[in-house]
Design a protein. Structure first.
Length: 382
């Protein structure tokens, strides 16, 4: 119990017909906040949410449920967070109020749904929906990562191999060609020149490339950078449609979860815009929210934005007219998550021949350029 002194605690307890046998001040905990403090994994949050929903549904008090879940956490960071939430709830705070003190772990979507669950007396149902939402969102994120890991790895390995060839292998050939004293073909001269440049400026090029990507990252953190880069991403020939489907799936899943949980549509759209993951889509959702506030339907301003496919607009329109918007949004999310699956598979199949061609041109081109003079020398000898 928090109080200015021991006497205040005795008075407060006496009012509740409680006679304390001993009162002692709690030692203050020394907390060191480290800049590299680990974040709680989404999977751990999903498991915690589902277990908490099961315990509440079984009739266990919230404080006791939180105490049990805190004791069984492997992550010390998450264990401490749950313990702090339990202490806040035990001290009289609402569950949502306690969660809001940890915005990095429990985002705005999570806390708003918990508010709706507490106010409606359906906290167990809301937590189950939240667990389902987090699991599906993480599954979608894994699909996207799997689509990008393969081409990134291949290109990265190719660049490393070429750098090694340029620095260590090609200079050996250059020495051999100089001793032979013959005229070199143009491809060989180009590769030798590139080798000299890489070898001479490698300690400038590598930090330069790192600095370039760092500056792009910093620029993306600005408002203008997010708007420009997110707009360009959606216009990319192969990746653009994929990221649009991901954004539509995320929008539909998040808004469907919020609407079915009783969160007002205007509040829901504000939360969804932040969770969309793309500033262009976010702007379209916020513009739609402003139009809905003026009395329009959801489908009309979303259609004008040009960022949502016609099928999505039609299904939202049907959902609004029939009063089953949450059901329609869930169906849209299911459909587009399947579309993302198909798009990821197609992307991998499409990229494989291009990556093989890239490797053949880059590495094969270097090897052929180096062997052309040797073939010429062999012909001359013959």
């Amino acid at each position: 119990m928090d109080a200015p002194d021991e006497a205040a605690i005795r008075i407060h307890l006496r009012q509740q017909n409680i006679i304390p046998t001993k009162i002692a001040s709690k030692r203050k905990e020394i907390k060191i906040s480290l800049p590299f403090k680990k974040k709680v994994k989404k999977r751990a949050i999903a498991i915690f949410t589902r277990q908490l929903a099961t315990m509440i549904d079984a009739g266990l008090p919230l404080v006791q449920s939180l105490e049990i879940l805190s004791s069984q956490q492997e992550s010390k960071v998450f264990k401490d967070i749950i313990r702090e939430i339990r202490e806040d709830v035990e001290g009289g705070s609402t569950f949502a109020g306690a969660l809001k003190k940890h915005p990095v772990t429990f985002d705005e979507l999570y806390t708003n749904l918990v508010v709706a669950g507490e106010e409606g007396g359906i906290l167990d149902n809301i937590l189950t929906r939240l667990a389902n939402y987090i699991e599906k969102a993480e599954a979608l994120k894994k699909k996207v990562k799997s689509a990008l890991v393969y081409p990134t790895t291949i290109v990265g390995v190719a660049i490393i191999v070429v750098i090694i060839l340029m620095i260590f292998v090609i200079p050996v050939f250059e020495t051999m060609f100089k001793s032979a004293g013959q005229t070199l073909p143009l491809p060989t001269l180009i590769v030798l020149t590139m080798s000299r440049i890489v070898k001479k400026y490698v300690f400038i090029l590598i930090p330069g490339v790192i600095l370039f990507f760092y500056l792009i990252k910093k620029y993306y953190q600005t408002e203008a950078g997010k708007i420009m880069i997110d707009g360009l991403i959606l216009k990319l020939p192969v990746f653009g449609p994929l990221f649009q489907k991901i954004s539509v799936a995320r929008f539909s899943r998040t808004l469907g979860t919020l609407v079915s949980s009783g969160v007002p549509i205007l509040d829901g759209l504000t939360i969804v815009s932040k969770a969309s993951g793309n500033r262009t889509i976010e702007a379209a959702i916020l513009n739609a929210r402003a139009s809905i506030r003026e009395g329009e339907t959801i489908a009309e301003p979303l259609s004008r934005s040009g960022q949502f496919p016609p099928m999505v607009i039609q299904m939202i329109s049907v959902g609004e007219s029939t009063g089953a918007l949450d059901t329609m949004l869930s169906k849209i999310a299911d459909f587009y998550e399947d579309e993302v699956d198909v798009a990821v598979g197609n992307l991998t199949s499409l990229l494989e021949p291009f990556l093989m061609m890239f490797l053949g041109i880059v590495i094969g081109g270097v090897v052929i350029a180096m062997y052309l003079p040797i073939f010429n020398m062999a012909s001359a000898v013959g």
